[in-house]
Design a protein around this ligand. Sequence first.
Ligand SMILES: Nc1ncnc2c1ncn2[C@@H]1O[C@H](COP(=O)(O)OP(=O)(O)OP(=O)(O)O)[C@@H](O)[C@H]1O
Length: 361
Amino acid sequence: MSANALSQEALFSALRQVKDPELGRDIVSLNMVRHLEVDDGVVTVEIVLTTPACPLRDQIQDDVKAALMALPGVKEVRVNLQANVATDGRIRGSLQLPVKNAVAVASGKGGVGKTTVAVNLAVALAKEGATVGLLDADIYGPNVPTMLGVDRLPPFQGEKLQPAEAFGVKVMSIGFLVPQGKPLIWRGPMLHSAIRQFLSDVAWGELDYLIIDLPPGTGDAPLSLAQSIPLTGAVIVTLPQAVSVEDAARSLEMFRELNVPVLGVIENMSYLELPDGSRMDVFGQGGGEKLAQKAGVPFLGNIPMDPMVRVGGDHGSPVVVAKPDSAPAKALKEIARRLAAQISVTALQAERPAPKIEITG
Ligand SMILES: Nc1ncnc2c1ncn2[C@@H]1O[C@H](COP(=O)(O)OP(=O)(O)OP(=O)(O)O)[C@@H](O)[C@H]1O
């Protein structure tokens, strides 16, 4: 068969065989094929990954080559890999902010490790090559500055507040603006305007992901937030134990009622590894996964209990950078990738420009 017989249908049906292993869907329906050119049997294809440091890029590249080379008439395949974090465009549209995705990290109960998870996810995403901001909106316990080892904002410049920066993440916290140790007694309207100001009066710059650490529970803060910014979604952090899961379920339901997609459930402190290698289920077992299953949302993974996580938080050095090869750090990095994939899926459901196709020979 000659190269001229290579039709758009044949090329696209070959590319449909290639799945993004993390997103679990084919690269055509994920809108990752942006430009396709055929010239005398040489196929040049541009594939746009949905995260900048996709760990499976080599596999996707190999699969694209293999699928196209299998077509009669194809002599050579050139794959041009790009990355562009997907967005539904709603934040840019409604708030004129160059932020692609805003993701709330929430929990039903306090003390389940929500802030620890938010901090480590933000740093892990930045390490993957994404541009990341972290907004600490936990009015009851703004711990993000401590966990990232920053205690003040840079000097005021221009018209906007400059965020602090740590481990490649831009950081803003209510904790920077109030004297240490003072309680914050804020009700809905104050919180609402504070959250809006944190979005509009801070020089965030272009961000792929803005991670927002919420106070625990289902009070004014998540409500204000969901009304202030078109969230891409929310993730729910829980312990495996029943009472934590019950409260997490309430938090999950609240986001659903607010029409905020739930991107997944993360189970923290899932087990403690003992010196003999056995595992102790300190807080029970499997509650997070069961919650995700029951709610029909992805389970993003579990994080073991490990003193290194606490030490990293207390010393302003998140475990994903302080001990990147430890079990909790590996779990957190894996969860960050799964979360990025879920964000992409959610955003891509809204954003679908048509690919550009040229067949010249
Ligand atoms: N996987 C873990 N292993 C060991 N310690 C952890 C782990 N996750 C969190 N911690 C510790 O548990 C404590 C509570 O964590 P964190 O402050 O992140 O919880 P939170 O849910 O954000 O609490 P709050 O209700 O104050 O918002 C901290 O001391 C933290 O270092």
